[in-house]
Design a protein around this ligand. Structure first.
Ligand SMILES: [Zn+2]
Length: 174
């Protein structure tokens, strides 16, 4: 079934996107006084290009300032859509604040470590840029957990993000 294309899809996706963005951009990390206001500038682009496989509905630019949703995402159940958008904002928070989050392990919230100076800070930033693809994906979900308090799981045949049930993201899932 395909009903949501172009502007119709955008009008369905935008309110969900805005609601999730507000949660992330209003979040004040531990030890900080200001929220993650860079994420207020993260724009939504509704575009087909991101849909290159059955499980790809979304993507985040590597500066964290643009999230792309495929028009087909408008046909997903709202809970699934919200979990997918939250995962992308996990990436956005990671990319817009490079080296500021410490990934501990899957299932644990990421820790905010911005402001670490000197040798330890340099080491953290170089580790951040050397992460492999799985670590980048797991970090996004850990940041979601820190900010929303919800664990991201992976559900169904396509292993889409979900907040209820599901399993941990397997290594190699793309
Ligand atoms: Zn991802």
């Amino acid at each position: 079934m395909t009903f949501a294309r172009g502007e119709v899809a955008a009008s369905i996706l935008a309110p969900h996107y805005d609601a999730v963005r507000d949660v992330f951009s209003d979040y004040v990390p531990e030890g900080e006084e200001e929220p993650l206001s860079r994420l207020k500038r993260t724009r939504l682009l509704v575009e087909e290009s991101v849909r290159d496989s059955d499980r790809h509905y979304a993507g985040c630019r590597d500066d964290g300032l643009q999230i792309i949703l495929a028009p087909a995402a408008a046909e997903l159940p709202p809970a699934t859509l919200i979990a997918i958008i939250a995962h992308e904002f996990g990436h956005a928070a990671d990319f817009a604040y490079p080296g500021s989050w410490l990934f501990l392990s899957q299932g644990d919230p990421a820790r905010w470590v911005d402001g670490v100076e000197g040798k330890r800070g340099t080491k953290l930033r170089s580790l951040w840029s050397e992460r492999d693809d799985d670590q980048v994906e797991w970090t996004a979900d850990s940041i979601v957990q820190t900010i929303t308090g919800w664990k991201v799981g992976y559900c169904g045949r396509c292993m889409l993000q979900c907040f209820q049930g599901g399993q941990r993201r397997p290594a190699g899932l793309r």
